[in-house]
Design a protein around this ligand. Structure first.
Ligand SMILES: Nc1ncnc2c1ncn2[C@@H]1O[C@H](COP(=O)(O)OP(=O)(O)O)[C@@H](O)[C@H]1O
Ligand SMILES: [Mg+2]
Length: 235
């Protein structure tokens, strides 16, 4: 499957795509930065890593997911729709294919689309480091905060060293989000077989049901960017 080919997306996203197409809107068109500043986006930028502060979710399946989530949102106190239940996205690809870029780009696109959004982001490795039992630190509360957060990025799932303990933490986190049908953006370097081995069957089974899968199989963009810089320097 090539990077930009149509990929399976959930039923809601498909229905929404049909509605948008009927309205003359391309459901796969990226939601780019507006001319007018958006206060919610400006506030969120402080929590987005520098490298991804201008990221645009330009993969059609990611854009379609953003539109589906935005459309499903409930109007909040200020009239802007908030995140409701929704499907998750499993963004799969080797190193440098743009997984983290698409994940932060999706958050930015939701804010640009006017969605009222409480979100958190962590890498799997940071998650385990943060939750490790230690004196004076309530890991349990932190886990529940992440489990209940309306939108969560879990970056690089399967990249950290695993153990029975990491499997249990991942299971509790994913299981809660699965039960509550809370949208989660998950990125991973691993194919399903390796991921299943790494995070355990119970987590893998839930992820398979709750997520639409997006495969990024382009080149390593970091190497491509470095080669481009070298080419410019030599010119
Ligand atoms: N769609 C894109 N457009 C422009 N730059 C991108 C895009 N996707 C990724 N990049 C850039 O390519 C590099 C690698 O992307 P990243 O998301 O960190 O890869 P991954 O998380 O898959 O390892 C980063 O410098 C990122 O800013
Ligand atoms: Mg990454």
């Amino acid at each position: 499957m090539r990077d930009r080919d149509a990929q399976p997306i959930g039923g809601i996203a498909r229905r929404l795509a049909a509605i948008l197409t009927a309205r003359g809107i391309d459901p796969a068109a990226p939601i780019t930065d507006p001319v007018e500043p958006i206060p919610a986006l400006q506030a969120a930028q402080a929590r987005i890593p520098a490298r991804y502060q201008a990221a645009v979710a330009d993969h059609p399946a990611v854009t379609a997911w953003v539109r589906a989530i935005a459309e499903a949102g409930r109007p909040g106190p200020e009239g802007a729709p908030g995140i409701a239940q929704g499907r998750s996205l499993l963004i799969v690809g080797t190193t440098g294919t743009g997984k983290t870029h698409q994940a932060y780009g999706a958050i930015r696109s939701l804010l640009i689309a006017g969605v009222r959004l409480r979100w958190k982001a962590t890498t799997a490795a940071d998650l385990y480091a943060e939750l490790r039992p230690r004196p004076g630190h309530d890991g349990e509360r932190e886990l529940m905060d992440l489990a209940r957060c309306p939108l969560l990025i879990i970056d690089d799932l399967g990249a950290a060293k695993n153990s029975e303990w990491t499997e249990e933490i991942t299971m509790r986190l994913i299981n809660r989000r699965y039960n509550e049908m809370l949208p989660t953006l998950i990125t991973t370097n691993l194919g399903m077989v390796d991921l299943r081995q790494h995070i355990g069957d119970r987590v893998a089974s839930r992820l398979t049901e709750m997520s639409d899968k997006v495969i990024l199989d382009g080149p390593d963009r970091r190497r491509a960017l470095a080669a481009e810089r070298r080419r410019i320097a030599a010119a």
